[in-house]
Write a protein that binds this ligand. Structure first.
Ligand code: PMP
Length: 408
């Protein structure tokens, strides 16, 4: 099967794509904000609620046991998908944001003191900046910033000066949600590890587009959101090396995260339940497992090859639009183009595109420092994935040219 035929087959799995917006075929190019869900994932949610729904890890019933098994199978699927050593290293969370806040609390309690330093990339999403800032305020620690150059590449050589004996953690995205840059993680992590510094990788924009092997990249922590990888909202995971997670204290107390509770002393559960207090979104987690299985069954290598072809085409076509200014020039990139055209305002472009059936994102993309770097107030961002087509990219370009003419 060639890639074009494969794309048609994949696309048919996503019911939402087959609809009209203002009388025109929907062209969904806001995949970096959230992805659409295949029928298989939607049906999985219905199936869990119709067949095995029962609270996990508690019920003695057959339903409870079946539901628990499916939840733990989903954990194993996540572990396998990112090549963790063991499912004990996978903590289910409500998404990237919760995973980073969990870590900022737990890692902060254990390893960060007054005077410690945390490094974040300048191009990080607010989720990978603000929790670290909050930790620094709490602990009187210092937040340091690894800058990027005007092409959108991190200035990795600056790590040599930034890292010092007070540095505790380096927090870097696998790929930027604004510039599309794929960060050279293996080099970054090697540099950090050579100086004894642990690394958190924010995989929110990476896991759905790039081969992700936490052991190969040697990340100490890796986080991602389910909704950006074709799974339901309110799902996601934190991966951590077992020997590190074991040293961290729990961040929320409640049911399921304990072995025994007495007023004198509470004994916490083993990994990973120590970090999963309360009734978790187990139905969502099972559907996240289904989404990852869906991708594996379709063939990750084929999906990645198609996306690369589409990205090369899209960047070439978008660059031809008169007066366009693209932000982020990295060759190694995911399917994201952020831009401004002539002197039009980003939100005006977004609204006109929407009336033409083309959904994009506009504004600051939850990455104020990145936008501020360029001295602008916001951007238009088109982001595509394996169910998008070259024809849709052509429609985007035509719509953009029309929008600019209307606004000039
Ligand atoms: N990091 C990056 C790079 C992102 O793109 C996003 C979502 N836009 C997040 C973190 C936060 O993800 P969520 O809102 O799903 O928690």
């Amino acid at each position: 099967m060639n890639l074009q035929t494969a794309n048609e087959e994949w696309r048919a799995d996503f019911p939402i794509l087959n609809q009209k917006i203002y009388g025109q075929n929907l062209i969904y190019l806001d995949n970096a904000a959230t992805t659409q869900k295949p029928r298989q994932v939607i049906e999985c949610i219905e199936k869990v609620y119709s067949t095995v729904n029962s609270n996990i890890h508690r019920s003695v019933s057959k339903l409870g046991a079946d539901c628990t098994r499916e939840y733990e199978n989903a954990r194993a699927t996540v572990g396998k998908f990112i090549n963790a050593q063991s499912p004990r290293e996978i903590v289910f969370t409500s998404g990237t944001t919760e995973a980073i806040n969990l870590l900022a609390f737990a890692f902060g309690e254990k390893f960060v003191d007054e005077g410690s330093e945390i490094i974040v990339g300048e191009s990080e999403h607010h989720s990978n900046i603000v929790p670290w800032q909050m930790l620094c305020i709490r602990k009187k620690a210092r937040l340091r910033v690894l800058p990027f150059d005007d092409g959108g590449e991190l200035k990795i050589e600056m790590l040599d000066q930034l890292i010092n004996p007070r540095t505790r953690l380096l927090c870097i995205a696998q790929a930027s949600n604004v510039l599309g840059t794929v960060n050279p993680l293996e080099r970054i992590i090697e540099k950090a590890h050579n100086r004894g510094v642990a690394v958190l990788v924010d995989g929110a924009q990476g896991i759905q587009h790039l081969e992700t092997d936490v052991q190969k990249m040697d990340a100490d922590f890796y986080v991602f959101s389910g909704h950006k990888i074709y799974a339901p909202t309110g799902t996601g995971a934190l991966y951590g090396k077992e020997k590190l997670l074991e040293q961290l204290p729990p961040w929320q107390g409640g049911g399921d995260m304990v072995q025994s509770v007495a007023f004198e002393k509470t004994v916490y559960a083993d990994l990973p339940l120590k970090f999963e207090a309360g009734t978790s979104n187990y139905v969502g987690a099972i559907a996240l497992g289904e989404a990852l299985n869906y991708l594996t069954n379709k063939g990750l290598a084929k999906i990645h090859a198609y996306e690369k072809e589409l990205t090369d085409y899209a960047m070439q076509e978008i660059a031809k639009i008169p007066d366009i200014r693209l932000y982020g020039a990295s060759k190694n990139r995911t399917g994201i183009a952020s831009f401004l055209i002539h002197n039009t305002h980003h939100s005006d472009i977004g609204e006109i595109l929407d009336k033409m059936g083309v959904a994009v994102r506009t504004g600051r993309m939850c990455a104020d420092p990145t936008v501020r770097h360029f001295g602008i107030s916001g951007l238009v961002r088109a982001s595509w994935t394996f169910y998008n087509t070259k024809t849709e990219i052509d429609r985007l370009c035509e719509a953009l040219e029309k929008a600019v003419k209307m606004l000039k």
